[in-house]
Design a binder for this molecule. Structure first.
Ligand SMILES: *[C@@H]1O[C@H](CO)[C@@H](O)[C@H](O)[C@H]1NC(C)=O
Ligand SMILES: *[C@@H]1O[C@H](CO)[C@@H](O)[C@H](O)[C@H]1NC(C)=O
Ligand SMILES: *[C@@H]1O[C@H](CO)[C@@H](O)[C@H](O)[C@H]1NC(C)=O
Length: 284
């Protein structure tokens, strides 16, 4: 019994990676001439010559991915800061946080989206209940076999549950890397390109701090089942593997009621009346 326990614990520690951080686990993939990773800090920079981006060395299958972010103050219209998980290929999965900049004094829009097997179009957008440029705030993606939760400062803002048994695709078959990027998107991000990026304020800088991935390492097909079954037994999911508590559901409803600005589930026109199936299911 005791021996079995230790063998089991050993297997789990082989699979679970605790405390991935910037210097150990991420590297710059674009704009390295002006972006930087130093210890617990990542700075992405955008100027007229280029934006910048970083990604994790590893892929993960399930996990809790934490990032503290301080967005660009002042006039950030036309600029997008992205933080997301993604696999590759035409059938890729993706879980997104995107921050769409705005003119001075106007609120950022937080765009969330989810791709499963290459299909996205599941945007939900929010304003924030604080100024995201004044300080670092905690944006966490929680992804386990049961559900995905997007958290802002520990407030759940969105939930996508696994309804695979009802034919709704769920990302649980391929690992995803963690990505961050900063880029100029003034051709679409601001009211269809009406507002242009104010280059006189460049270079623009976004601070990322305290990246943590408490996640299941993914090394390809062979480890999928191991990953999925072990993740259930692991400490980081044990308290949250269940659905949200009543207290968290109350917070989710508060955010939706007061800060949600767009919901694909209500966009009848866009889907020509055929609202996606998951919109009719419980999502909390
Ligand atoms: C990053 O993680 C590695 C391994 O866990 C650790 O040795 C290192 O001190 C960490 N770096 C920072 C800046 O926390
Ligand atoms: C900018 O602020 C305006 C005014 O509140 C808002 O309607 C718009 O959605 C915001 N744009 C973005 C890209 O966040
Ligand atoms: C960030 O939020 C997550 C989800 O609520 C939480 O588990 C984590 O402890 C928070 N991290 C920090 C540094 O506050």
């Amino acid at each position: 019994m005791l021996v079995a326990f230790f063998i089991c614990a050993l297997m789990i520690t082989n699979i679970i990676q605790v405390n991935a951080n910037f210097s150990k686990s991420m590297y710059l993939t674009w704009g390295a001439q002006h972006a930087s990773i130093v210890g617990e800090d990542l700075h992405l920079v955008l100027d007229k010559t280029s934006g910048s981006a970083a990604r994790s060395k590893r892929s993960f299958l399930f996990g809790s991915i934490e990032m503290l972010i301080k967005l660009i103050p002042g006039n950030s219209a036309g600029i997008v800061t992205a933080y997301y998980l993604s696999s590759t290929g035409s059938q890729h999965d993706e879980i997104d946080f995107e921050f769409l900049g705005n003119s001075t004094g106007q609120p950022y829009t937080v765009n969330t989206n989810l791709f499963t097997q290459g299909k996205g179009s599941r945007e939900q957008q929010f304003h924030l209940w604080f100024d995201p440029t004044a300080d670092f705030h905690n944006y966490t993606i929680h992804w386990n076999p049961t559900e995905i939760v997007w958290y802002v400062d520990s407030m759940p803002i969105r939930v996508f549950r696994n309804y695979e048994h009802e034919g709704i695709a769920y990302p649980n078959k391929q690992g995803m890397r963690v990505y961050t990027s900063l880029w100029n998107a003034d051709n679409w991000a601001t009211r269809g390109g009406l507002v242009k990026t104010d280059w006189s304020k460049a270079p623009f800088k976004v601070g990322f701090h305290h990246f943590r991935a408490r996640a299941c390492k993914w090394n390809g097909a062979a480890s999928i089942n191991q990953c999925a079954s072990n993740v259930k037994a692991n400490w980081w999911t044990s308290s949250v593997y269940k659905h949200l508590s009543y207290g968290k559901i109350r917070q989710l409803n508060w955010v939706k009621k007061n800060f949600m600005t767009y919901d694909y589930c209500k966009d009848y026109k866009r889907f020509n009346g055929h609202i996606p199936h998951e919109c009719f299911k419980t999502q909390f």
